[in-house]
Structure formats: C-alpha cells, structure tokens
Design a protein around this ligand. Structure first.
Ligand code: ZN
Length: 247
C-alpha cells in the first residue's frame, strides 16, 4: 500500500462528500417547496417524486467518480488501470420505501408524540437527508465493491472511514482488507441518527498495512472487545471512553 494510493483514496472520499453535500442542498430545496406539515399524506408523495430525479442524478455522479477512482487506484497500487462499471442505477422503489418512511411516518409519529409542527417537519427533513445521502453514496461503494469482485487481480477491499467515525464503522474498519465476495451487503452503511456515515470502500492489492487510525481501532478492539460475548457493545463502551464521546 503506497502513500500515493492512500492519498488517492482520501481524495476520492472528499469528492464523494462534495457530491453528497450538493445533492443534500437540492434535497433541502425540494423539501422546502413540496413538503407541507398540514398535509403530510399528499405532500410527501410530491417529495418522493421530485427526489427520484435528484437522487438518480446524484447516485450516477457518485458512481462515475468512483469508477474513475477505481481505475486510478488500480494503476497506483494494483497491476494497472482498468475501467470500472459505474453502478449508478437508482431503484425508484428504494426511494418509495425509504423516503416514504422518512417523509411520512417520521413526521406523523412526531406529531402523535406531541412534538410541534415545526419539530415534526424538522425530524422528517433530517431523516430524509440521512436516507438520501445513503442512497447517493451507495453509488460509490457499490461501484468499487463490484469492480473489486469483477477484477481478475482479485483484490479484497476494506472500509475507510472519515476522521471521526461512529464506533460501528471504526470496528469494521479495524478489520482491514478482509472483505471479498457478496460484499455489497457487508458494507452496511447506516443512515439515520447521528453523523452520516462517511465511509468508502478501498481495494486492497496484496499486502496492506493498516493506517495509524485503523491500528488504533484494532488495538482497542483486541484489548477490550475480542472474545467477549458482545464485541460491538464492548468496543462501543471502550471507544466512547477512550476515543470519542457519544454525540
Ligand atoms: Zn461509516
């Protein structure tokens, strides 16, 4: 693993964050125009329809950037550049499902729980942004993971986190380049509450040394969580104590 490769991945992660941020600005715009807390049932349908275009476009951009990155990274750390297929198709039913929940059930539940209209609308928007961000970022992760699966050089891939990941992402990233087949399901990016997941997948050709941050997470995992009955719970407690307090 070269320093140049690591840098390419970090630039890729930042470009993905920029793509996602631009999409989320559009999501907020759609929400402001279409969502009406006085009429959640029909306004959420307009939100879903408008978001399908915004998110399809965003996911495609994310996938195309990721395909370029894959080829570039392979030239640096693998056997040479190789075109990757952008996995940019957005399944409209996923938007129906996830935004149907965040723009309808979430605000209605909040109203029922006695929140003000403003708070209920806010909760709907926040969760809609979380779900949207995830749908867009999937374009990048799916592209890299699928390209690794189809790559004759048979790289594995590992999870690269942002600077302050949640404990779930930190724990998975500490495992290094262990992932191989059927890996898209393994990624398990989470949207929902707290800071949005900023993780990306990075191909691993041959020997890969853990980054300083990954070593730190691994050391914590081995010391506090390995072999316990509930490793995530043990790791989470240790992570909050030693690395990052709960948000
Ligand atoms: Zn993450």
């Amino acid at each position: 693993m070269s320093e140049e490769g690591r840098q390419a991945t970090e630039e890729h992660r930042r470009r993905q964050l920029a793509i996602r941020a631009a999409v989320l600005r559009d999501v907020t715009g759609v929400w402001r125009t279409e969502f009406d807390i006085e009429d959640v049932a029909s306004s959420q349908l307009r939100v879903v329809e408008a978001l399908k275009d915004v998110l399809a476009d965003g996911k495609l951009r994310a996938a195309e950037e990721a395909a370029d990155y894959y080829s570039q990274f392979r030239a640096i750390d693998g056997p040479g550049a190789r075109r990757a297929r952008p996995m940019g198709d957005l399944d409209g039913r996923r938007v129906d499902r996830s935004v149907g929940y965040t723009a309808r059930i979430v605000p209605l539940k909040a109203l029922k729980a006695g929140r003000t209209r403003q708070q209920a609308a806010r909760a709907g928007l926040e969760q809609t942004m979380g779900a949207s961000g995830r749908l867009v970022s999937d374009g990048s992760r799916e592209t890299v993971i699928r390209a690794a699966e189809e790559d004759p050089a048979q790289p594995r891939w590992q999870r690269i986190t942002g600077p302050e990941p949640c404990e779930f992402c930190a724990m998975l990233s500490a495992r290094g380049g262990v992932y191989r087949a059927q890996a898209t399901a393994v990624f398990e990016a989470h949207s929902g509450r707290g800071a949005a997941c900023q993780c990306e997948a990075e191909p691993v050709y041959g020997e890969r040394f853990l980054s300083e941050q990954q070593q730190r997470f691994k050391e914590l995992y081995d010391r506090e969580a390995k072999g316990t009955s509930d490793p995530l719970k043990a790791f989470r407690a240790a992570y909050r104590r030693e690395i990052k307090p709960a948000a």
